[in-house]
Design a protein around this ligand. Structure first.
Ligand code: DER
Length: 238
């Protein structure tokens, strides 16, 4: 099975939790995209009714709109029944790294407002500890003096061999320019060579930096993680 087929399996299993009448947080990324497609399909078939979607990014908003999923936001629906989203990393205590798609702030707002947060991953996302994949742990920062904030972040995690890198996106004319989030901010990606240890303490330290908006560690937020692997689908509850 390809990685995308595994993502689709996990996504479809998560949509089994969606009931008619629910307010559903719609995640962002290639795995969540399958879940949003599935919800749109079930609504069109009449197997699901009266679902309201709360998108976690402009991209998901546009996808859901094109599928005819009725949309709203947290101002109108401060309590979300269920959120479904992917993740970049899942550690053994179901703590997550998210945000490599750049939507971590709105994802964390929507998923923080939900009664049940179902995470959908293929098995490649499982790690022994946060940052263990050696891939980015994103931090959304304001543009003002981002270099200063990036250096503060890097020195916070000097002990873990941290590198901080401004996330770039390829512009229209193919020149590299800083990636800008849906909220008009920059993303500084942190890369760790070693375990950062207490992720809750790391979260507090990051959030104390004035130039930081939010980070990509989703601690204690996932209710259920659905892992699709070669040997089948596993459901891990908190
Ligand atoms: O950016 C995000 O938070 C995405 O949900 C990401 O964590 C998972 O994206 P993927 O499903 O494309 O791997």
């Amino acid at each position: 099975l390809s990685q995308d087929e595994l993502k689709k399996i996990a996504a479809f299993r998560a949509v089994d939790f969606v009931e008619s009448g629910m307010v559903v947080g719609l995640g962002t990324g290639s795995t969540a995209r399958h879940a949003v497609d599935r919800i749109g399909h079930l609504l069109r078939q009449g197997k699901l009714r009266d679902v309201v979607g709360i998108p976690t990014s402009r991209v998901t908003h546009d996808q859901a709109l094109s599928l005819g999923i009725p949309l709203s936001d947290l101002d109108s629906h401060p309590v979300v029944d269920l959120a479904i989203d992917g993740a970049d990393e899942v550690d053994p205590s179901l703590n997550l790294v998210k945000g490599r798609g750049g939507s971590l702030l709105r994802e964390k707002m929507v998923e923080g407002a939900c009664k049940k947060f179902v995470v959908i991953v293929d098995e490649s996302k499982l790690v022994d500890y946060i940052g263990g994949s050696g891939l980015a742990m994103p931090v959304e920062v304001i543009k003002f003096c981002w270099k200063y904030t990036a250096e503060q972040l890097r020195s916070l995690f000097d002990y873990a061999g941290c590198r901080a890198k401004l996330r770039m996106s390829v512009g229209k004319e193919e020149e590299e320019e800083p990636f800008v989030t849906d909220n008009g901010n920059y993303v500084v990606d942190l890369y760790f060579e070693r375990d950062i240890g207490d992720s809750w303490a790391a979260s507090d330290a990051i959030l104390r930096l004035a130039g930081v908006v939010e980070h990509g560690m989703f601690l204690g937020m996932a209710s259920t993680v659905i892992v699709a692997g070669e040997l089948g689908v596993r459901m891990i509850n908190r």
